[in-house]
Design a protein around this ligand. Sequence first.
Ligand SMILES: [Fe+2]
Length: 179
Amino acid sequence: MPKINIGLSDEQREGVINFLNQDLADAYVLLVKTKKYHWDVIGPQFRTLHELWEEHYEALTETIDEIAERIRTLGGYPVGTMEGFLEIATLQEHAGEIPSATGMVAQLVEDHEKVVRNLREHINGCAEEFHDQGTADFLTELMEEHEEIAWMLRSFIEGQAIEPSGQQIETQGKTPIGV
Ligand SMILES: [Fe+2]
């Protein structure tokens, strides 16, 4: 088998592949949740959310393929079983729950934000610890996509006194940034 000679040691590639497999697992959990909410959502926002989530799960399907192929590019194998994904994912499925439309949005905001935080850590790890600028760059673009989705979803629930955790809170007195 030819040795991979792209300027990264086996240890560096392994470290990056571990990050990527976790990101892959989380993307899969997010894909399944987004699809389930696309099916289950009810209420006056049905059409908007149903269609928005279709766009999101289509984007996630592409993302998943890109992450898996990046893993192969680095000489690794992507986790490819539901069992394996659930074992290493950082997102929770919350099986058996059907939240309200607002609750679904809040749940997905929380999940996309968690993915952004994970990616931010992985980008730093790829660049600083493992010297893999290529993967850092790839994950940076991915992080920006999740940031944008989180913003769009957050915009649905802002002003309804509901935080991403889904809990009712007092928003009076919150200082907006940039105003
Ligand atoms: Fe559909």
